[in-house]
Design a binder for this molecule. Structure first.
Ligand code: SAM
Length: 359
């Protein structure tokens, strides 16, 4: 049984891009630069989270055990609203979502011990106060504050140390769904992060379909396993700790598809990322080496032995330059191994993906 927080928002009605993600990516580039941000960075940057936020359980999944008078919550709302700068009106929306994710209605049973005019919170009010401050002042992404992101029809748990899944990545789901016989195949999601792709693909598969997902980050593996469990996909998804193809020796040559959104930002571009990304998201998930191609090239090298004949692959890239390069590279170097290799546009008409088939 999933314990999903009820958020009175429109997510299921929205098409991507999800407006929440615009805070992270107001431009068409997957990881926006500092100049796109509406807020002024704090100087110096001092994390303002109190010690007791060490609880790694995402806020929205914690039990609502803190009974707080409605008047105290109203006072918190006023203080939180006062912190919102006029230049960032979207924070009013975040505050509504934050309070919705952090609270639960008191059960209306005669035996309920919650006093009248009290609400149940998932964390003490002082912790919520600190979390809100971290979002507004330290530019901590909203998704890390509440512990989730809405992605691909899922509510994906996230926390510090794991990349927040981006709306453009949702396009890989449609590409997987267009592969002949995809439901019965074995798929790999390499660099799974939160496990968003792995879980969403697994939900599309039939009884014999499987997803093998790898990540070198222990935090990512932990969070991905949590998401697999929350969506009851343990029979279909196996999360394996290790580097790229290494943990997949036993399924080598048997995969119907390989999907990866690897780190692809050129190292020199990292300091220019907007604070929400550069300060808070894991470098391991972003840094693609000198040209951003280190991991993409490594993945290309491993493809032909991982895929079965006719198998499909799709990689996310930083944009046209990387996509064009990879299409040319794969088509030239491995013309006898791959066919129909092409760049695919994202919703902002940027060549975001490279896909193709093993001959
Ligand atoms: C851009 S994030 C993508 C996460 C997730 N697939 C998504 O789309 O939201 C890249 C992921 O690759 C992982 N990664 C980095 N180096 C890796 C390696 N050598 N082997 C496996 N995963 C790696 C990172 O930990 C991170 O989770």
């Amino acid at each position: 049984m999933l314990s999903l927080s009820v958020r009175p928002i429109l997510f299921p009605l929205l098409r991507t891009p999800n407006p929440r993600s615009f805070l992270l990516k107001p431009l068409s580039s997957s990881y926006a630069t500092a100049s796109t941000s509406a807020l002024t960075p704090p100087t110096p940057r001092t994390p303002c989270l109190p010690e007791h936020t060490d609880d790694p359980t995402p806020l929205f999944l914690r039990p609502p055990t803190h009974s707080v008078p409605s008047s105290s919550i109203a006072a918190f709302r006023r203080r939180a609203t006062a912190l919102v700068p006029p230049s960032a009106p979207h924070l009013h929306r975040h505050l509504r979502w934050f309070l919705a994710d952090a609270s639960a209605p008191a059960p209306s049973t005669p035996t309920d011990p919650t006093p009248p005019n009290h609400l149940l919170l998932r964390a003490p009010l002082d912790e919520l106060e600190a979390l809100w401050l971290a979002h507004v002042r330290d530019r901590r992404p909203f998704q890390y504050v509440v512990g989730n992101e809405h992605w691909g029809g899922l509510v994906v748990a996230v926390r510090d140390g794991v990349l927040i899944p981006r709306p453009e990545t949702e396009a890989v789901l449609k590409m997987v769904g267009a592969v002949d016989g995809f439901q019965g195949g074995w798929w790999a999601d390499l660099g799974t992060g939160s496990g968003a792709i792995a879980v969403a693909v697994a939900r599309m598969l039939g009884p014999s379909g499987r997803v093998f997902a790898t990540d070198v980050s222990e935090v990512a593996v932990e969070v991905a396993r949590l998401n697999v469990q929350r969506y009851d996909m343990q029979d279909k998804v196996e999360i394996r700790h290790g580097s790229w193809f290494e943990p997949l020796e036993d399924v080598k040559g048997k995969l119907m598809g390989v999907i990866s959104n690897p780190p692809y930002i050129p190292t020199d571009d990292l300091p220019g990322l907007q604070p929400e990304v550069g300060w808070h998201e894991p470098k391991l998930a972003l840094d693609g080496g000198k040209d951003g191609l280190d991991h993409l090239l490594h993945l290309c090298e491993g493809l032909s032995s991982a895929l079965k004949p006719g198998g499909f692959f799709v990689f996310e890239t930083n944009g046209s330059k990387q996509s064009d390069f990879l299409v040319e590279f794969i088509s030239t170097k491995w013309s006898s191994s791959f066919c129909n290799v092409e760049a695919v546009l994202d919703f902002a008409d940027i060549k975001r993906f490279v896909r193709g088939y093993r001959r």
